[in-house]
Design a protein around this ligand. Structure first.
Ligand code: ADP
Length: 446
């Protein structure tokens, strides 16, 4: 639209303006050649006009002051002798210059007129008319060229937008399919979108989101199956033992007592597992008790006192060395749980050995290390020991009353408070677990 209308209107305007000025100046030349005459009549006008150069105008009229034509360049059907009252002539006879130009039926029609004066008296008028098809043809050529050009541009723009929209909708379609597939549970499905544009970036973000979703979903499934397996084992034992008591006739009281004790142990294991599971679920839900400043030393001392008897029974020698001022932002219960689980494991897995616990401040952090000289953990298993239900030696762990959840609880509890935990095998045998918590602000560094 712009290409077609604006340039055309602008060039037409330009032609109009130039036509009006040239017409006006041609008329002025003729008026000049008539100046000096005190009256106009056919003879003196014809004589004066004879010296005017060929102007290329279609028609020139000269009238007297009453509007009667004295001179007409039209060879056939000239208006000499008759009165003409073209609006331009009327205007000129009233003393005004007049000019107009219109474009009509493929031609520029320009008109101009001026009064002829003698001593400030109007003695006649000069009127010129031009019919120009040449410039009009040029303008029409321009118009048709512009039309072709805009048609071409229109086709190109249409084709390009079609290609672009097809490409875009294709990509969005692929993304939508991927989203729907994943929504239906196909977590392994990935959006395959090439290129580097924003949609491709959304696709990549979606894929990494799906990766995480798949990892979480796998972990959840594994956790549910592990948990049901862990719960099934003691339940099956309880059923077997109770069936044996019921179905064995004349069972002697000592055997019954033994079986009931076993049932009690299995029930205890069940309650330990459910307790640990509940603790992990609470950690997962992210609802934490408000932290307070907890001094780790008294908690450590309490755990050492608690574990003293168990260690003695297992022939484990327990020692600890601790610095004061180890204050962290957590709850007392959390700190107790962490230290208890680590020391319990160390005593459990290093029967007849030694367990050393140390507590201090290192690099602005509270560091707790629990070392033993037991069998340690094979390097291949180390990265997985903080996973839920992961055990290096299942039979041994069960026999020792483990649930396989202790280290997960330690790692989750510590991480929730901005800390870290790591396990490293000692060169002399055994393993050392190191927990680091950020030192509570405002506590004195010793
Ligand atoms: P569990 O209840 O079985 O002890 P944990 O999560 O506390 O579960 O520990 C996971 C596994 O890591 C244990 O089954 C055991 O194989 C291994 N482990 C943990 N602590 C020690 C340790 N001090 N020495 C050797 N192995 C250990």
């Amino acid at each position: 639209m712009l290409l077609n209308t604006y340039p055309l209107a602008a060039s037409r305007d330009m032609v109009f303006r130039s036509k009006e000025t040239t017409m006006q100046s041609s008329v002025s030349v003729m008026v000049y050649s008539l100046s000096g005459l005190d009256r106009l009549n056919e003879e003196n006008v014809a004589a004066a006009m004879a010296v005017v150069e060929e102007t290329g105008l279609s028609r020139i009229l000269v009238t007297d002051e009453a509007g009667r034509v004295l001179y007409d360049t039209r060879e056939t059907g000239g208006a000499v002798g008759s009165y003409v009252f073209f609006s331009e002539i009327v205007q000129a006879l009233m003393g005004y210059d007049a000019s107009s130009c219109i474009y009509q039926n493929g031609a520029f029609r320009s008109r101009a007129s001026s009064p002829v004066l003698y001593q400030n008296r109007i003695i006649g008028a000069v009127y010129a008319y031009e019919y120009d098809t040449e410039q009009a043809a040029l303008l029409e050529g321009l118009q048709s060229n512009l039309l072709k050009l805009s048609a071409m541009i229109g086709v190109v723009v249409l084709a390009l937008s079609l290609i672009l929209s097809v490409a875009l909708t294709k990509k969005i379609g692929r993304l939508l399919t991927a989203i729907r597939q994943v929504r239906e549970g196909a977590y392994s499905h990935r959006a395959d979108i090439g290129g580097h544009d924003e949609i491709a970036q959304i696709g990549e973000e979606f894929n990494s989101l799906t990766d995480r979703l798949q990892t979480t979903e796998n972990a959840r499934r594994r956790f549910v199956s592990d948990a049901s397996h862990e719960l099934k084992t003691p339940l099956a034992a309880i059923r077997l033992l109770s069936d044996s008591i019921l179905q064995t006739e004349d069972i002697d009281p000592s055997t019954t007592r033994e079986f009931v004790m076993d049932i009690g142990q299995e029930a205890e294991r069940l309650s330990r597992i459910t307790e640990d599971l509940l603790r992990l679920t609470r950690l997962d839900s992210g609802v934490l008790d408000a932290p307070t400043e907890v001094d780790v030393l008294p908690v450590l001392e309490q755990v050492m006192r608690m574990m003293g008897l168990v260690a003695q029974e297992k022939g484990v020698e327990m020692t600890y060395d601790a610095a004061e001022g180890c204050v962290v932002q957590a709850t007392r219960d959390e700190i107790h749980q962490v230290i208890y689980n680590l020391v319990d494991n160390a005593v459990k897995y290093s029967a007849g050995g030694a367990v050393q616990v140390s507590l201090g401040i290192e690099g602005g952090q509270v560091a707790l290390a629990v070392a033993d000289n037991g069998p340690g953990i094979p390097e291949a298993d180390l990265p997985r020991i903080f996973e839920r239900f992961y055990r290096v030696d299942k039979a041994r762990s069960r026999a020792a009353g483990g649930t396989g959840l202790g280290l997960s609880i330690v790692s989750d509890t510590v991480r929730r408070r901005g800390g870290t935990v790591e396990a490293v095998n000692r060169p002399q045998g055994g393993i050392v677990f190191t927990v680091c918590w950020p030192l509570a602000e405002g506590s004195v560094t010793v």
